[in-house]
Ligand binder design. Structure first.
Ligand code: KG4
Ligand code: ZN
Length: 351
């Protein structure tokens, strides 16, 4: 089963072909980072215009790099949510047109579920049956959550951020230090030579139980807004003087607070019954220090650590086509009439 996947939920325009949920024949990604950089964040209007311009080329490239022609495709899959409405519409519109033209099923995919699935891509990925149940840490520019995975389509969200996502904490921090956008990779690089214990930034503490948490365990929820404010005050009282080592120390300490908060909640989540593995997915899972800390946490808990390959961490269409090929469309049938859902939740369509 050759599935063409299309992903346009935010600022990556991506298309890919994956066979039977696993073997990636092509994965083409156009990153709009240079377009949004001057604004310090994603501008929805610019994102959707760029998707309209670039997506046809990505689709052509994905099909030809897969060595197929149009009649070699068996289904078309696209991200229907969550994401920016004006961006989602471009990918879903293109997918719907193609599916109709080629008389193929259109498979609607949840973006977060696809991120979780990304650890299983490629023939050398783990076997799903060997690692269930597992805990997934989803960390990107838009999402930060801990999910217990009993099987494909069987998820319970254990905790999530109550304010900023972990990627936003990196991006906003880098912005406060005038380091450029996106901040995650820049801070990751700069922090390498710094002392991570130079400054003690807050780690979000333990949140109080509140109706806002919707029944989730406060010990497994995240908060990053206080950290950002602490950085602001630190920079006000200790302005950066152009010294490279001072900048390295601040970034290393700031990164340690974000990573420490993520690792600590993973450690608690791994105490759940019968868990066999910890997965980390999304753009922030590229972070070197996070990978180091999660390896320690998994090791101590005696569970397997599953990290997406770097090419599947940030937004990509291989995870969309892969999940569709694994039989995980949202409705289990062709979704030609379904609408996008910018606020789609992981549990909305769980079994
Ligand atoms: O998954 P992704 O590409 O897009 C979303 O779905 O949001 O994640 C983008 C986020 C950005 O906030 C970026 O700063 C962060 O991932 N990121 C990193 C690293 N590489 C990307 N954060 C920390 N360390 C990195 N190496
Ligand atoms: Zn994403």
């Amino acid at each position: 089963m050759n599935v063409l996947g299309i992903e346009t939920s935010c600022d990556e325009t991506a298309a890919a072909v994956v066979v039977s949920g696993r073997k990636v024949l092509s994965s083409c990604i156009f990153s709009q980072v240079a377009l949004h950089g001057p604004y310090g964040g994603v501008v929805p209007e610019i994102a959707s215009r760029s998707h309209v311009q670039t997506l046809p080329r990505m689709i052509d490239q994905a099909v030809s790099e897969a060595g197929l022609d149009w009649d070699g495709l068996d289904a078309v899959a696209a991200t229907f949510g969550p994401g920016l409405a004006s961006s989602l519409l471009v990918g879903v519109g293109a997918a719907r047109g193609l599916a109709q033209r080629l008389s193929l099923p259109l498979i609607a995919i949840n973006h977060i579920e696809a991120h979780i699935y990304s650890v299983f891509l490629d023939d050398d990925g783990p076997e799903l049956a060997d690692v269930l149940p597992f805990i997934a840490l989803v960390v990107s520019g838009g999402h930060t959550m801990l999910v217990r995975v009993e099987g494909l389509g069987q998820y319970s969200v254990l905790g999530r951020t109550v304010d900023d996502a972990a990627g936003e904490a990196f991006d906003k921090g880098a912005n406060l230090m005038n380091m450029g956008y996106p901040g995650g990779p820049i801070i990751d690089r700069t922090a390498k030579t710094g002392n991570r214990n130079a400054i003690r930034f807050p780690r979000g503490g333990r949140l109080k139980a509140s109706p806002m948490l919707g029944g989730m365990d406060p010990a497994l929820c995240f908060s990053f807004s206080g950290l950002k404010t602490a950085l602001l005050y630190h920079l006000r009282d200790n302005p950066l003087d152009g010294s490279e080592s001072a900048l390295a120390d601040v970034t290393a300490s700031y990164q340690e607070a974000i990573v420490g908060s993520l690792a600590q909640r993973c450690r608690i989540a791994l105490q759940e019954d019968g868990v066999h593995a910890l997965a980390a997915v999304g753009g922030v899972s590229l972070n070197g220090r996070l990978r180091e800390r999660l390896a320690e946490v998994a090791d101590r808990a005696g569970v397997r650590l599953m990290l997406s390959k770097p090419r599947y961490c940030a937004d990509n269409a291989a995870m969309i086509a892969g999940l569709a090929g694994a039989g995980q469309g949202i409705t289990g049938r062709s979704d030609l009439a379904m609408d996008i859902d910018p606020n789609m939740r992981l549990q909305d369509f769980a079994d």
